[in-house]
Design a protein around this ligand. Structure first.
Ligand SMILES: *[C@@H]1O[C@H](CO)[C@@H](O)[C@H](O)[C@H]1NC(C)=O
Ligand SMILES: *[C@@H]1O[C@H](CO)[C@@H](O)[C@H](O)[C@H]1NC(C)=O
Ligand SMILES: *[C@@H]1O[C@H](CO)[C@@H](O)[C@H](O)[C@H]1NC(C)=O
Ligand SMILES: *[C@@H]1O[C@H](CO)[C@@H](O)[C@H](O)[C@H]1NC(C)=O
Ligand SMILES: *[C@@H]1O[C@H](CO)[C@@H](O)[C@H](O)[C@H]1NC(C)=O
Ligand SMILES: *[C@@H]1O[C@H](CO)[C@@H](O)[C@H](O)[C@H]1NC(C)=O
Ligand SMILES: *[C@@H]1O[C@H](CO)[C@@H](O)[C@H](O)[C@H]1NC(C)=O
Ligand SMILES: *[C@@H]1O[C@H](CO)[C@@H](O)[C@H](O)[C@H]1NC(C)=O
Ligand SMILES: *[C@@H]1O[C@H](CO)[C@@H](O)[C@H](O)[C@H]1NC(C)=O
Length: 465
């Protein structure tokens, strides 16, 4: 479908309490207000429309606060984003270009577009035998990924065959002359999310009942879970190269120049890609792959069953919370002051002065202790909702210490995800690489990210794993 594009944004000035947080259009409030006035009150179909859903902040399934933990500052972030519309190549590039101008041009983009402080890198889409892992659509050049991904449509269609005829039969009771069948239902339900995304109108959505929306959404869940998510054994293999590249950039940190190189990683890195490229990154990170069950049940929820809908509230995998329009996975690098004073302690010490209250004085003797020490952590958010990494959550807000994150990425995660060239069956193919290097090399292909543990300095040799 569309082009891939990676936007690497230049300098963002962060103040001490600024949170690096892209704010996407959130029409949740509008939607909720509309829904309250019609028979679906309390149930919002556009929050159950899978890839046809407009962007909204996903519920905090893991129970973590959305806020940056106290004492922490997000100093670098990487977003992997589903592009907002069903676009052709030029539209994706245009979106990225306008985003950079609008977000980073200090409000003067109309008069002077050269003032923007970001860089747009455009990558080829569906690049068979050209880019391999060095892409934000790697699965297009991974031959082994295709066959298991077919289970996405097979399983979702199998599930659809269990409910769509029932929906058609119900609607037919209201019709005179026109007879709907199962084939009509899918596109009719797709219209709800699309129309809402285009003009905010939900009139059509009222045709269907909440259970019909849940069945429709579950078909999308099965499609992404089996096609490009944890249900496809090649998904994590395809998601890992991005995670690895970002992990390396986080080790260097924003605005720092790498040892013996000239690369200075930017504070914000945004990749704009397609819905089907999101679940592989989620799979590589090991998220939404739990084996939770109903209390007292021995059967596991995973893999997602095809012939019955899982209603267990602890099921994490919801396509709507990942591949909605502008759905995204964000990795945040946070610098946190540990063992420093809390706001309350600082107030008691008189370090923080409140208006019209005569405060105390700062005890210089204790100042070192008040400051604490800085440590760096990594946090992941999916459509804004933070999640703990399954095996590393000892940091503030259940984040993972950066050293542990890099060990995880280069160790256990790499082990589970496997090598791209080897698992995709690309041994011996000319130019095949397992490394995403476009973020860390200059245009001439000379590697500039030197001295980061585990980073190969060039493309993997064709026949080495
Ligand atoms: C852009 O140029 C117009 C016309 O010269 C001017 O009125 C306007 O103030 C400028 N805007 C900015 C943000 O500089
Ligand atoms: C990709 O390369 C492989 C191995 O060289 C070849 O068999 C295959 O036909 C190529 N695919 C395309 C679409 O060019
Ligand atoms: C729908 O199809 C299923 C599976 O073929 C069948 O068991 C069921 O009776 C059908 N329901 C209706 C209302 O036609
Ligand atoms: C529904 O009707 C259309 C048009 O008559 C037909 O092509 C299609 O095969 C039917 N689908 C089912 C599931 O019966
Ligand atoms: C998902 O969970 C299963 C079962 O625990 C595990 O075998 C598999 O490696 C996990 N997948 C990933 C990508 O972490
Ligand atoms: C300042 O801190 C030092 C070391 O903890 C302590 O001995 C001293 O009494 C404190 N002074 C005041 C005014 O609180
Ligand atoms: C810790 O980080 C904060 C925020 O980045 C910074 O203001 C402070 O100077 C750092 N403290 C130390 C001891 O490096
Ligand atoms: C995190 O890293 C530290 C230092 O490398 C190590 O001592 C600790 O065991 C690690 N923790 C986990 C959970 O891996
Ligand atoms: C940087 O280059 C110097 C001199 O060539 C070398 O001794 C050093 O090991 C290099 N450092 C890294 C991190 O590659």
């Amino acid at each position: 479908m569309a082009a891939l594009l990676l936007v690497s944004l230049g300098a963002i000035i962060l103040t001490a309490n600024a949170q690096m947080d892209l704010v996407f259009d959130d029409r949740l409030a509008v939607a909720t207000a509309l829904m309250e006035t019609h028979p679906l009150a309390g149930f919002n179909p556009v929050h159950h429309s899978g890839p046809a859903s407009p962007y909204f902040r996903a519920p905090s399934q893991a129970g973590l606060s959305y806020d940056t933990p106290e004492g922490c500052v997000v100093d670098q972030a990487a977003y992997f984003v589903r592009h907002g519309t069903a676009a052709n190549q030029q539209r994706v590039v245009d979106t990225a270009t306008y985003f950079v101008r609008g977000y980073l041009s200090q409000g003067n983009y109309i008069n002077n577009t050269n003032l923007n402080r970001g860089t747009v890198i455009t990558l080829p889409d569906s690049a068979v035998n050209t880019t391999f892992a060095d892409s934000v659509t790697p699965s297009s050049s991974c031959p082994a990924y295709g066959p298991p991904s077919q289970l996405g449509s097979t399983n979702s269609n199998l599930w659809r065959s269990t409910f769509q005829n029932r929906t058609a039969a119900r609607l037919n009771t209201f019709l005179d002359g026109l007879v709907l069948n199962a084939t009509d239902i899918g596109v009719m339900q797709d219209l709800c999310g699309f129309e809402f995304s285009i003009n905010g109108d939900t009139t059509w959505c009222k045709v269907f009942e909440p259970e019909e929306w849940r069945d429709y959404e579950y078909a999308a869940d099965l499609n992404y879970y089996w096609g490009s998510g944890p249900g496809n054994p090649l998904s994590a293999t395809n998601g890992w190269p991005w995670v690895k590249a970002i992990s390396d950039l986080f080790v260097v940190g924003p605005g720092k120049t790498v040892a013996n190189g000239t690369l200075t990683p930017p504070p914000l890195i945004v990749a704009m890609t397609h819905d089907n490229n999101m679940p592989p990154v989620l799979a590589a990170l090991g998220l939404w792959n739990s084996t939770t069950t109903f209390p007292g049940e021995t059967e596991t929820n995973y893999p997602l069953p095809v012939t019955r809908r899982i209603t267990d509230p602890t099921r994490f995998f919801h396509s709507t919370y990942l591949v909605s329009f502008l759905g995204h996975i964000a990795l945040e690098r946070m610098t946190c002051t540990i063992d420093g004073t809390t706001l309350q302690q600082r107030q008691q010490q008189g370090i923080v002065h409140k208006a019209n209250i005569f405060g105390g004085t700062f005890n210089i003797t204790n100042s070192k202790a008040f400051q604490g020490t800085n440590h760096t952590f990594v946090r992941v958010r999916v459509n804004d909702a933070p999640f703990p990494f399954p095996v590393c959550d000892s940091g503030p807000g259940s984040s993972c210490p950066l050293e542990n994150f890099t060990s995880l990425v280069n160790g256990q995660m790499k082990e589970v995800c496997g090598d791209f060239v080897e698992r995709c069956g690309l041994q011996g193919v000319k130019g095949a690489t397992s490394v995403m290097s476009f973020l860390t090399t200059a245009g001439d292909g000379e590697s500039q990210l030197i001295g980061v543990e585990g980073t190969p300095k060039g493309p993997a040799s064709p026949d080495s794993p």
